[in-house]
Design a protein around this ligand. Structure first.
Ligand code: ZN
Length: 102
């Protein structure tokens, strides 16, 4: 059967997130999608043009005076925030449940 081979080839032809897009457009790959670090919008189309258009339309003005060091720091800060939010969420739900049972 050739099916598994052709499936693998189709996956290989996918476009992958490029790490440089993180610093260029404030996007990060997260849960199999690309997510805007500034407004948490998920983009389904992994194309440089889509990321660039979103960044230029909504966020570029806010970062115009940033040096590359400041951009890097801001990206790290936003990424930490994103990860923290996702990690705290299940905890918050279980805490809420345990207080109900008391
Ligand atoms: Zn955004």
């Amino acid at each position: 059967m050739e099916t598994s081979t052709s499936k693998r080839q189709a996956t290989n032809s996918m476009v992958y997130f490029k790490p440089s897009w993180e610093e260029e457009f404030f996007f990060a790959e997260h849960d199999g999608a690309v997510k805007c670090l500034v407004c948490c919008k998920k983009l389904n189309q992994l194309k440089r043009y889509n990321l660039q258009r979103h960044y230029k339309t909504y966020h570029e003005a806010a970062h115009l005076n940033y040096s590359s060091t400041q951009r890097r720091a801001e990206i790290e800060r936003l990424k930490m925030k994103l990860l923290k939010t996702e990690r705290d969420l299940p905890y918050a739900v279980s805490y809420f449940r345990s207080t109900i049972h008391k």
